[in-house]
Design a protein around this ligand. Sequence first.
Ligand SMILES: [Zn+2]
Length: 371
Amino acid sequence: MVKSAKAAVMTLPNEDLEIQEFPLPQVDAGCILVKITCCTICGSDVHSWSGRRAAPTPIILGHEIVGEIAELGEGVTRDSGDRPLRVGDRITWTIMDNCGKCYYCREIGLPMKCRYLKKYGHDSCATPPHLNGGFAEYCYITPGTGVIKVPEELTDEEVAPANCALATVVAGWEAIQLQPMENVLIQGAGTLGVYAAALAKHHGCQRIIVTDIVDERLAFVKAFGASDVINTTGMGSDKLVEMIKDLTDGFGVDVAMEVAGVPDLIPVGLKCLRIGGRYVELGCSFPNANITYDVSDIVWSRLTIKGIHNYDTKHLQMGVDFLALTHHQFPFNKIVSYRVGLDEVSKGLRAAHAGKALRVAVIPNKEGVVS
Ligand SMILES: [Zn+2]
């Protein structure tokens, strides 16, 4: 019987992570102990590790997690979709544990902003049960978490990024009420941009225009439904606006989404909208993302701007369902192209930071896995 679990712990930003060992917690009622099989490195893990965004230490980063149920606490019999759960089943779960009772959970419909929020891979691991992040052998799931059984046809690597990247994009398109036949602009061809394009295609959008500054990424996103890709390296905003108008009968796009995490893209993205267009901002999830912008544009052009951070359980479920439905149509299995073991997470973070892969996967039990 396993009594403890290893985890890669960040004690200081930018330093190598430390392998530490924690006792496996006793599994309380309503909780689940999961043996992690894969955790992909999200852009926000890189921001926390690089110090760009503050994180409490010591911390076990990683929140795009998949694993097998090792032990079920009393009373846990079904997942959020009412599917039966058994030991050995493969599950993923929401980035957060929310109370379900506070003002934001109950009255405002923003459980990701719960007043008593706990987030996997975001909170300190100093106190028991310690195992609250993805760069570890085990994770302890608490009762306010949305748990989703993973369909058999999806691999760990296909489903892991659903937990943050895909679910957030699902929430973003929902918030801005994307409609069939609309023309969309997606600023950024990273993992979020790839999912945004595939969802827009599945939704029946017409022009799906994606911008980035890396040709390889733009070539990749074509396989996910992008109809037009534009490398904006060295391009002035007037030129881009002109190109977008040319592609949309002179109107501009109905909807735009920023997923590159580059604040300066926001003013130009807003200029690419038609009158009455909608803009959704997802990328800049770090402080001091300042811009200079003439807001009379918002007034004259009657624009709508929405900010989206994280998601609700239904968005993760929709993301997993979307993958199951379309994984033969879109090459989601190519999003992870770099793999590391638990003792190499620092190397993985550096590779993610350098843009060596759209997603780097941490495989705790990596023997036999070709990286
Ligand atoms: Zn994330």
